[in-house]
Write a protein that binds this ligand. Sequence first.
Ligand code: HEM
Ligand SMILES: *[C@@H]1O[C@H](CO)[C@@H](O)[C@H](O)[C@H]1NC(C)=O
Length: 528
Amino acid sequence: MWIFIVTGVLMVLGYWVLSRCYSYWTRKEVPQLKPFFIFGNFWPIMSRKLSPPEFIEKLYNSTNLRYIGIYQSLRPYLLIRDPELIKQITVKDFDHFLDHVGFVDPEADRLFGRNLFSLKGMKWREMRSTLSPAFTSNKMKYMFSLMSQNGQQFVNHFLEKSEDVIEVEMKDVTSRFANDVIANTVFGFESDSLKEPNNVFYTMGKFATDLTNLRTIMVFLGYVILPKLLRFFKVAFFPKKMTNFFGRIIKENIDSREKYGVKRSDMIGLLLEARKNKHNDDDQTTLPDTGFATVEESEVGKNQKLRKYDITDEDITAQGLVFFFAGFESVSSLMCFMAYELGVNQEIQQKLRNEVDATNEKCDGKVTYEALTTMKYMDMVVSESLREYPNAIATDRICTKSYTIEPNTPDEKPVHLNKGDKIFIPVYAIQRDPQYYPEPERFDPERFNDENKNKIKPYTYSPFGSGPRNCIGSRFALMEIKLLFYNILSNFELIPIEKTQIPIRYSKKAINMAPEKGFWLGLQRRVK
Ligand code: HEM
Ligand SMILES: *[C@@H]1O[C@H](CO)[C@@H](O)[C@H](O)[C@H]1NC(C)=O
């Protein structure tokens, strides 16, 4: 008897809580997608019916409106479809949408919570303006020579092999490259992960960024479904063993530099300068920028007066870590998709190779920063890769100061957003909307030639996000990607092999954009 009453009461209560949660947008008179049980609109991804990018596209396709209310589990988000509105939120009225949502609690994960992506409000402003001088094109030029060593190391490894066609899983080798670049330019740690596959830096990094690892998935889903509970127990996103490791490397590195007065033009070097407030702002010179996709630094980043942050060793470690997390997976993943497209589109590869050869000749075999960044076709190919395969398939903002979206049509009502309301920007789907990019599935670098690139509708192309909270590392990423392909194409042809999955199908198991069967390609030595 009792059991029925209790069950009955619980069910009514549960029903009430759910309908209260799921009427969040309708109570604001905002149209919304119909939520399902406790999963909201994210069931297709939780049940692994759809891959993450397909899922984003499906959400986007579910309406023609400028925006629509959705629920990530119990959490309401406002999905923005309209480019003009994206501009309003991320740029014009940025002050109302300062922060990323971020699901790692600064209290739960001290190190991770302090990084640029997770920092909020004034703390973020100060840190951003402290870090941004380290990412200008001038600083990239310093770092270019460090990165070049890694590029050389990469091709040497394959040139030493005797096979005519070397079968490689691109994700494995580009991860190793991206790892060595970050180790070298950020942590001041030299490694050759192709030669020494199990070096400690690589092992740790791989472990850290393996999004298919069970612990990571559980913690990730946990934060989506029961954020309060996980926060209560201070469940750290990253295992202790790993954060301690990176912390130690940076600490030792800083100590030895300060002790022996070593100078090195890498990220730690730049952050140590920032600490002494000795950034030589030599950025007036006109160096070519890294490419079309580069995002501009806003006034927040450039504001020198904000730069009063006292950077501690722990801060440097936290930033080093975030550069690692933001810049390792994203860069290597983009490289794989680009390699795949070059492999299956031989004419495009040939055209790019011709440009590489011409540049090589101009530079007497030793490519410079200026020569690399001014290669036109290279930039078109990279830009198109970033359009078709934006690694950050969606980005977000959190409303930090109440805001009203004014109606645009007679059907719309004003949308009153409160502090804490969350915004969802479906980058992947916008960049594949046939309205903006005809035949979006087709890989066509000509979309970015001199004539066409200026016709791209503003805010329909944002692989690095937009506004003051955009990607701080866009220059770093573009330079790194171009450098690797320059090196590969100077020495090899990328060709499809039997194991190459054509066309690529996205994995439904990964929590981001990844292929089902890896990225297999052949490296065929060029005859010169
Ligand atoms: C192809 C490679 C990359 C892609 C596609 C990418 C994309 C993005 C996107 C979309 C955002 C969010 C922007 C927004 O919400 O408007 C972001 C933020 C960020 N990225 Fe990247 N990124 C890449 C490489 C890198 C690299 C190499 C670094 C560092 C060395 C980096 C560091 C960061 C940081 C620190 C943030 C947070 C910025 C803030 O909150 O102020 N990223 N990235
Ligand atoms: C979304 O709509 C476009 C055309 O409007 C279509 O080509 C695409 O396949 C749709 N995607 C999904 C996942 O439904």
